[in-house]
Write a protein that binds this ligand. Structure first.
Ligand code: FES
Ligand SMILES: [Fe+2]
Length: 406
């Protein structure tokens, strides 16, 4: 792994130098057509987006620490539908709709807990943690009730290390294949042994894409992160890798090559992290809404969830090596507070941007070369909806195909 990583890193540093030196976008880079504003406000488009993209996407549901032992479960509603994620008695992580197969009552009503099985609160049907229906009250009154056909409905559930992803589409491509080349790169972070340190969420008054866009570029750091991130990052050396299926990576060099975050000195490290991620600001994006800028001493993970046409939720968590929840490292408190300050900087204009998108003052979004991950994201959305299903006035043209690393 090391040799490959080092070669790659040399190549990446060369690319950073090229980015700093260039006088314009590289030869042949297309003009990016404006992103139509109606993609953020048009109810017809938002319904297509929800049904054809969100309901069929691999979405982060939670961390294995939330289901640390057999019988532990938590409920997630981020996809709209209520889904129970649990660890069964054999240790396997599974997901089911929180939907009793009798008349649809919920099996669990809290946010998290521990159970040996589920008994529906409405008429008492009982299920195992594997979802099998085992007991029905007054069974004699049902005619030909086939227990085998009344198991809980499973939701696809697959792991990226300790990160649990779910997908409501039973025919979805397996998560790791779907992530493709990024999955190999993520090996260096040993995601399977990272513990959950913290998780909190923020409600924001804008369409979810207003915020997603903000986390796909560093063009904004000189303005809104002037007194934070901009002090140590050189956005003009930023390099981008676009991957298939809408995923991507950006890597922004530190302004000074020897810079180390003073707020992490003495914290446990993931010793397999390569030079690039340890000494620069890499940020991975798993389509559609998972953002991860890892460091070797801890990784923030962000998800962006649509809660309405003009509202969304941001969930921000931290995972880290050798974390003991009973005795967290003393630097975590400040580190999380500093991170939150940066987040607030990112969120500050979101509701006003939404107002603009809904006003007559907005014409469309002209993106530059540095912002091409945003365009890549939108192209993928149209591919998932189906190119000829997208209303022509809301469509983005497919122009970045040649710039995707396959
Ligand atoms: S709805 Fe669950 S037992 Fe009736
Ligand atoms: Fe930002």
């Amino acid at each position: 792994m090391d040799a490959i990583h080092h070669d790659r890193a040399r190549d990446d540093y060369q690319r950073m130098d090229d980015e700093r030196a260039r006088k314009g976008p590289p030869e042949g880079f297309p003009r990016l057509p404006d992103i139509p504003g109606r993609r953020y406000v048009d109810p017809e488009f938002l319904t297509l987006e929800k049904d054809r993209m969100w309901k069929r996407a691999w979405l982060y549901a939670g961390h294995t620490d939330q289901v640390a032992t057999p019988g532990r479960w938590f409920l997630t509603r981020n996809t709209g539908a209520p889904v129970i994620v649990l660890r069964d008695l054999k240790g396997e992580v599974r997901a089911f709709y929180n939907t009793c197969q009798h008349r649809g009552a919920p099996l669990v009503t809290g946010d998290a807990g521990e159970a040996r099985g589920f008994v529906c609160g409405y008429h008492g049907w009982s299920y195992t943690l594997e979802g099998k229906l085992t007991a029905v009250r007054d069974k004699r009154d049902f005619v030909e009730l086939d227990f085998a056909c009344r198991s809980l409905v499973p939701v696809r559930c697959e792991m990226l290390g300790s990160l649990i992803f779910i997908n409501e589409d039973p025919d979805a491509q397996p998560l790791i294949d779907h992530i493709g080349p990024m999955a190999r790169e993520l090996d260096q972070f040993q995601l399977d042994r990272l513990r959950l340190v913290d998780s909190r969420s923020y409600e924001v008054g804008c369409n979810v894409k207003v915020l997603l866009d903000a986390f796909l570029e560093v063009y904004h750091i000189k303005s809104i992160h002037q007194s934070t991130v901009d002090r140590f990052l050189d956005h003009r050396g930023m390099i981008v890798t676009l991957w298939p299926n809408g995923h991507s990576r950006m890597c922004t060099p530190n302004s000074r090559p020897d810079w180390k975050d003073p707020g992490t000195i003495g914290m446990p490290r993931i010793d397999t992290v390569g030079d690039l991620a340890a000494n620069n600001n890499v940020s991975y994006h798993i389509y559609p809404n998972f953002v991860m800028p890892p460091s070797d001493s801890g990784i923030p993970i962000l998800q962006f969830w649509p809660t309405g046409p003009r509202s969304c939720r941001v969930v921000s968590s931290w995972i880290a090596p050798d974390h003991d929840p009973e005795q967290p490292h003393p630097l975590w408190e400040t580190r999380i507070r500093n991170w939150e300050r940066i987040l607030y900087e990112d969120l500050q204009y979101a509701p006003q941007i939404q107002d603009s998108l809904e006003s007559g003052g907005f014409r469309g979004i002209p993106l530059n070369y540095q912002e091409r991950r945003i365009y890549h994201w939108h192209e993928e959305l149209d591919r998932r909806i189906g190119l000829n299903q997208v209303p022509p006035e809301a469509r983005v043209e497919q122009v970045l195909g040649d710039w995707v690393t396959r």
